[in-house]
Design a protein around this ligand. Structure first.
Ligand SMILES: Nc1ncnc2c1ncn2[C@@H]1O[C@H](COP(=O)(O)OP(=O)(O)O)[C@@H](O)[C@H]1O
Ligand SMILES: [Mg+2]
Length: 250
């Protein structure tokens, strides 16, 4: 599954959110988007999910429209704010995705929640869970039908640093078991570096691609990698690029 952005512009009235964004995310590739607040990262994901249409240019998913890819349940999406039903338990929020999409090739909702550190919380309702736990249920619900494409918008943003690292490791392991094409939005340079094949650095609004950095380390990467010189070197490279992207727009 490939996702192709071709010269994408997006305007909201007077606001120019994205300008001439061209990017191809290849089958099985993990690409992170990083850039200052308001530079259009969420907008790029929403366009790839078929929730917004570009003002100029086009996005295709395996040659088809994002809307069609979504209809065929090929895309799993988790946005910043968990989209959980208050009247359903954690387990039933996750299995709801299967009720909508069918169960073919699906993962087990219970096992998925347990893998996410929520083994004792299957029967809890959203209001009984912390924000970080709700977000984990949200991601499990995006993954359970095993879609070939995952779009994740700052999914670990509300978690404390160590939980966040564990979630990243777990996501890396899931992707190692069943390869997926992923676009991942994050504020964290370290998180982008540990997870990605490539990191797309966007300038401040209007979001343009400032630089694309290839992370030159085999995936999946483990906790041990975080203290490697190679890793720290890559992190520094990404951070400098982000500084350049912000300067470019000032
Ligand atoms: N539906 C919308 N209507 C008007 N403006 C919007 C809408 N969605 C996003 N924007 C604007 O587009 C810009 C990019 O937003 P967004 O994609 O959310 O940025 P990011 O996720 O990088 O923080 C922001 O200035 C935001 O206010
Ligand atoms: Mg955003």
């Amino acid at each position: 599954m490939t996702i192709h952005f071709a010269n994408v512009d997006k305007r909201f009235g007077q606001v120019e959110a994205l300008q001439d964004v061209s990017l191809t995310v290849s089958d099985g590739e993990f690409v992170s988007l990083i850039g200052p607040s308001g530079c259009g990262k969420t907008t790029m994901l929403r366009i790839a999910a078929g929730l917004e249409t570009p003002s100029g240019g086009a996005v295709t998913v395996n040659g088809d429209t994002p809307k069609n890819a979504c209809r065929q349940h090929q895309i799993g999406v988790a946005f910043q704010r968990p989209a959980l039903l208050a009247s359903r338990t954690a387990l039933r929020n996750v299995s709801m995705t299967l009720e909508i999409t069918g169960r073919e090739g699906a993962l087990s909702p219970g096992e998925l929640l347990t893998d996410f550190g929520l083994g004792g919380f299957h029967d809890h309702y959203p209001h009984q869970l912390s924000g970080g736990m709700q977000q984990r249920v949200n991601i499990a619900a995006a993954l359970v039908h095993n879609p070939p494409i995952l779009l994740l918008d700052e999914p670990f943003g509300a978690l404390d640093e160590l939980t966040r690292e564990s979630m990243g490791e777990w996501l890396g392991a899931v992707l190692n078991r069943s390869s997926k094409t992923v676009i991942f939005v994050t504020h964290s340079v370290e998180e982008a570096t540990i997870l990605s094949d490539r990191i797309v650095v966007l300038s401040a609004r209007p979001g343009r691609i400032s630089e694309i950095i290839e992370v030159d380390m085999p995936r999946p990467r483990s906790r041990e990698n975080r203290t490697d010189d190679d890793f720290l070197h890559e992190v520094a490279r990404v951070r400098s690029s982000l500084y350049r992207a912000v300067e470019m727009s000032e």
